[in-house]
Write a protein that binds this ligand. Structure first.
Ligand code: ADP
Length: 649
């Protein structure tokens, strides 16, 4: 065998790979040059007859190899080998078994130094592990950012989408379904398969144009659309994605729910506009106010100066005094308006309910405005009072002062904004629970789009250039404030050039009542007052006129006086006066002082106090001052007749 090997020796030596043979005793019988070189030996003699265990770091390794090869006939092994100088290297060994003609077993093997490869493998493994760690880390990060994105989308109301144009497949993020008010389970139809029906018609056009342009040009787009079902406004950002050939093959982007943002923007613009308008209105109001104050003020100052002239004829003096008086009243009216407005505005205006005869209040107003109309020389206008027969004795629980204020403002406007025609006013019951007051004129009218503005403070619509608009724009805002306080409603119908109708509906309160039949007392009283002589003392012309209207035709004699001096004169001349109706609030001498003087002349005089509001303290003062009774303004005829009846004998 040794000889045989020698023959092949030089051939095996030529092998680049290490080759060796071990006999069945486990001792080397051959090793080629490459083997010797790998293990650090110079000649084969150094190892022949030695055990391969010397060449392994683990001395048990050859036993393991032989056992495996005995079993399978061959085997491949990787292990730590030991060189002659004890240095260690990694080796790969392929071992197989052959038997000679005498039945002797031999183990021959090819070995390769794999230290370098092992190192590289280890490096690779390290690198792979590092990569795996990195990938895991990135996946975790992505998961986190996907979660974050989801949360961000729902907080910012931003959704994302992707459209594969070729296959017409649209993918939506969860937030998209919420914005569109759709169920995720039903999926999203493709763009060409009915996607556009989510939007309003106009939005469909906008989207169609933007998408076509983006596909053609590859340019991104930004559009605002209205969603049909959820009624939301959205901002869409779209970005085209091109393939290698430069063709746009898909679009992706985001959608932001801007409904709230748009609403906030709208409210802000509205608030800015309102603030600007209110600023302009205030400036206009102050300019108007200044004009409204200066006009009567100038008249008062101017004519007072003229009145200083001692040589002024009596007629002129009267005329000038009249102008001063009218201007003062105008000024007072303006001041009252401003005070009333600020009271309503600050919630200080109060309502004092009493039960009144509604018809009387309207009759009194009619008298007053007949006079005003005359003094304004508006002869082309007629004023009509319309009250249905069955409503003439209607008692309404309300605040008469406020109703008067409302009527005054509405009829003043009707007069102010008419050149001719008829002003009709009145009231009627519209059902069991509501009464409707109506003021209708045939004046200049109000443009349709301006009607909504006229109740706003300081608003004046000066659309008719032929008309001289005066005022402060407060009148109707006061009316509206008072109507609100009375829990009523006011509406306007108007046509330019034809006229305006103001309709005011008030709820009837529990104690309101209608008495169609005249009471027994009325008959008795009417007969009874035929024998009476009555004096009315009041500085207000309209109050005097009103009482004259309702009483004078029934009484024996009827006198009026506009102040204390006049009243005393009448009493001195007419000792037979049965009743004196005395206003309390009068300039110079008030009702108490006048009553005191009259009682000195005639201690038996029956004086009745007439006043707007009576407190307990006041009522005691009336009795202590010699008044026989008192009556609240506006005067109710029935109540007055009851007093005459009571003290008549
Ligand atoms: P003012 O009369 O002081 O201007 P108002 O508040 O009373 O203020 O009225 C507001 C505006 O409404 C007026 O400027 C006028 O343009 C319009 N208006 C009110 N009443 C009438 C009416 N009867 N006919 C036509 N326009 C009216």
């Amino acid at each position: 065998m040794k000889n045989g090997l020698k023959i092949k020796d030089h051939i095996l030596d030529e092998y680049l790979e290490a080759y060796d043979i071990v006999d069945e005793d486990g001792l080397f019988i051959y090793a080629n040059k490459a083997y010797l070189k790998m293990w650090g030996y110079e000649t084969m003699d150094e190892i022949i007859g030695t055990s391969p265990a010397l060449h392994c770091l683990d001395a048990e390794m050859p036993k393991e190899i032989i056992a495996k090869v005995n079993k399978d006939g061959w085997g491949e092994f990787e292990f730590k080998a030991k060189r002659k100088d004890n240095s260690v290297f990694d080796v790969f060994m392929r071992v197989s078994l052959f038997t000679d003609e005498h039945g002797k077993k031999y183990y021959h093997s090819f070995s390769r130094d794999i230290t370098q490869k092992k190192k590289q493998d280890a490096e690779l493994e390290k690198y792979r592990n590092h990569l795996e760690e990195l990938v895991e880390e990135k996946i975790a990060e992505l998961k986190e950012s996907a979660e974050l994105l989801k949360r961000t989308e729902s907080i910012t109301h931003i959704g994302s989408w992707d459209w594969d144009i070729e296959n017409d497949v649209i993918t939506w993020s969860d937030e998209m379904f919420r914005i569109f008010g759709l169920d995720k389970k039903n999926g999203v139809p493709g763009y060409f398969k009915g996607h556009s029906k989510f939007f309003t018609e106009n939005s469909q056009k906008i989207m169609g144009n933007a998408v076509t342009k983006a596909i053609e040009s590859g340019e991104p787009y930004e559009i605002e659309l209205s969603v049909r079902k959820s009624n939301k406004l959205i901002k869409v950002y779209g970005f085209p994605k091109r393939n290698k050939a430069g063709k746009v093959k898909s679009l992706y982007g985001s959608i932001q729910d801007i409904t709230e943002e748009k609403e906030r923007e709208r409210l802000l613009i509205e608030a800015i506009n309102k603030a600007q308008a209110s600023d302009e209105l205030k400036t206009a109001f102050l300019a108007n106010l200044s004009h409204e104050i200066r006009t009567p003020m100038n008249a008062i100052i101017g004519f007072t100066n003229l009145l200083k002239n001692d040589h002024l004829p009596k007629k002129k003096k009267h005329e000038f005094l009249g102008i001063v008086e009218d201007s003062s009243k105008q000024l007072l009216h303006l001041i009252e308006d401003i005070l009333e407005f600020s009271k309503i505005d600050t919630g200080q205006a109060e309502i004092k309910y009493t039960s009144i005869n509604f018809c009387d209040l309207f009759k009194k107003t009619k008298l007053k405005f007949d006079e005003i109309k005359k003094s304004q020389k508006k002869d082309a206008i007629s004023i009509e009072l319309n009250i249905p027969k069955d409503c003439e004795n209607l008692y309404v629980k309300t605040d008469p002062v406020r109703i008067e204020q409302i009527l005054n403002n509405l009829i003043e406007n009707a007069l102010k904004y008419s050149k001719d025609g008829t002003i009709q006013f009145g009231y009627e019951l519209i059902d069991d629970e509501n009464i409707q007051i109506l003021v209708k004129d045939e004046g200049i009218g109000i443009e349709k789009d301006k009607i909504g503005l006229i109740f706003d403070r300081f608003i004046q619509i000066k659309s008719n250039p032929d008309f001289n608009y005066e005022g402060t724009g407060l009148g109707l805002s006061i009316v509206k404030g008072l109507v609100d306080l009375l829990e009523g409603e006011i509406e306007v119908e108007s046509e330019v050039g034809k006229g305006s109708t103001f309709k005011l509906t008030l709820p009837l309160l529990a104690t309101s009542s209608i008495s169609n039949k005249k009471s027994k007392n009325d008959v008795v009283d009417c007969n009874f007052i035929k024998h009476l002589t009555i004096l009315v003392v009041d500085d207000e012309l309209y109050n005097r006129k009103f009482l004259e209207e309702i009483l004078s035709s029934h009484t024996k004699e009827f006198f009026t006086a506009s102040n204390g001096i006049e009243a005393i004169e009448v009493v001195m001349k007419n000792q037979n006066i049965d009743f004196i109706l005395m206003d309390i609030k009068m300039p110079r001498m008030d009702g108490f002082q006048v009553a005191e003087e009259i009682l000195k002349i005639n201690p038996k005089a029956k004086i009745i106090a007439q006043t707007a509001y009576v407190t307990l303290l006041e009522s005691e003062r009336f009795t202590n001052s010699g008044f026989i009774d008192y009556i609240s303004k506006p005067i109710n005829l029935d109540d007055l007749l009851a007093i005459f009846l009571k003290f008549g004998s």
